[in-house]
Write a protein that binds this ligand. Structure first.
Ligand code: AMP
Ligand code: MG
Length: 349
């Protein structure tokens, strides 16, 4: 590990956190995507504690985080050539692979499935913690189930203080949306959750890559006709307390619709928030107007989205309107999360 990568956390505290995990306790830690809530992935009691701390349904499996490539063989029953290619191209990094699980991975960690989700994060604190914990850290996002994933340590504390042994603080995360999940137990490989590693990037390494029909349906704002394949997809996610509506259409029509709605909502005693882009920000009239960044800068929109949703909660906004974004590239992940946060409520104007 290079100097500076563990900024905010020294190795002594990381060692202590590793001991807590080895003894079956829980520690939240930064990764490059969002903060994770870690437990020993090979200890069924630790996984049970993770579900309890988050209030997460126990059939929604956890991702096992590793720090060395050798660890992959220990927790999987079979590694297809595609997995090695993806590991070489994207690990350490924001990509999770679904593979057949080895017996040492308890069903408590995999939500009862015979497959295991594996990721090697690139964040220095995460890698140091995984090593200190013995190599296998089960970690979903470190939020209460149903709330937006935490992008800084204070958001973790809001949800989990008093429920877990320790929070490692690595400052704000870089990416801000959870990892891309790709299922390698099917042919062609299938994206179950879009993320920073896009379909195009995966296809450049693997050739054909499919996207789960429900992800596309969600991205198009349609109902899910099919049962979701990633267990997590069937649960309400990322939701702010205020009711969120996505408004899709030409720029002026979007601004006019949102302003008219905001006026009506305020007359009815509501407090109205808007998620807009820099380009249109000055044109909104609402109680709280937040910039997701420039329309041309998707990385910034991804980085800010969850913090914006949490800030609206703090400000007790009751109604939220958001512009809609492109579903190309990283936009696929952004719109997937925004649609979930909105309970798929989209208005075309
Ligand atoms: P989170 O940790 O909050 O990012 O959630 C982990 C996500 O990984 C959830 O959406 C799970 O449904 C998904 N996941 C974990 N393990 C598997 C698996 N074996 N098969 C399919 N999806 C999985
Ligand atoms: Mg999560």
């Amino acid at each position: 590990m290079q100097d500076g990568e563990c900024r905010g956390e020294d190795l002594t505290r990381i060692q202590r956190a590793g001991e807590i995990l080895k003894q079956g306790g829980l520690v939240a830690f930064p990764t490059e995507t969002v903060y994770g809530l870690g437990g020993d992935a090979l200890n069924p009691d630790s996984s049970r504690k993770i579900y309890a701390a988050k209030g997460r349904p126990s059939d929604n499996p956890l991702i096992v985080h590793i720090a060395e490539l050798d660890a992959l063989a220990a927790i999987t029953a079979e590694i297809p050539p595609a997995a090695w290619k993806l590991a070489e191209a994207f690990w350490p990094g924001p990509l999770t692979m679904i593979l057949p699980k080895a017996d040492i991975v308890p069903k408590e960690t995999t939500g009862g499935l015979d497959t295991v989700a594996v990721r090697m994060p690139s964040h220095g604190v995460a890698l140091a913690l995984i090593r200190a914990a013995g190599g296998y850290v089960a970690a979903p996002s470190a939020n209460t189930s149903g709330r937006p994933s935490p992008t800084k340590a204070s958001f973790v504390a809001e949800d989990l203080d008093g429920r877990i042994e320790m929070i490692l603080d690595g400052g704000e995360v870089g990416i801000g949306l959870e990892s891309t999940i790709v299922d390698l137990t099917v042919d062609p490989p299938q994206i179950l959750r879009p993320g920073y590693i896009t379909q195009k990037m995966l296809a450049e390494v693997l050739g054909e890559v499919a996207v789960d029909a429900t992800v596309l349906a969600l991205a198009a704002g349609e109902d899910c006709a099919q049962a979701p394949r990633a267990p997590g997809m069937k649960y309400r996610h990322y939701a702010p307390k205020g009711q969120l509506t996505i408004v899709r259409g030409a720029e002026s029509a979007v601004v006019d619709y949102i302003n008219a709605q905001a006026r009506a909502d305020r007359e009815n005693g509501g407090k109205v928030g808007v998620i807009g882009t820099e380009e249109l920000l000055a044109r909104y009239r609402a109680d709280v107007v937040k910039s997701a960044g420039s329309r041309t800068d998707e990385a910034t929109i991804a980085h800010r989205l969850y913090a914006i949703l949490r800030e609206f909660d703090e400000e007790q906004v009751t109604r939220i309107y958001s512009e809609s974004f492109s579903t190309d590239g990283l936009g696929q992940a952004i719109m997937n999360r925004l649609l979930k946060a909105a309970g798929h409520q989209v208005v075309d104007v």
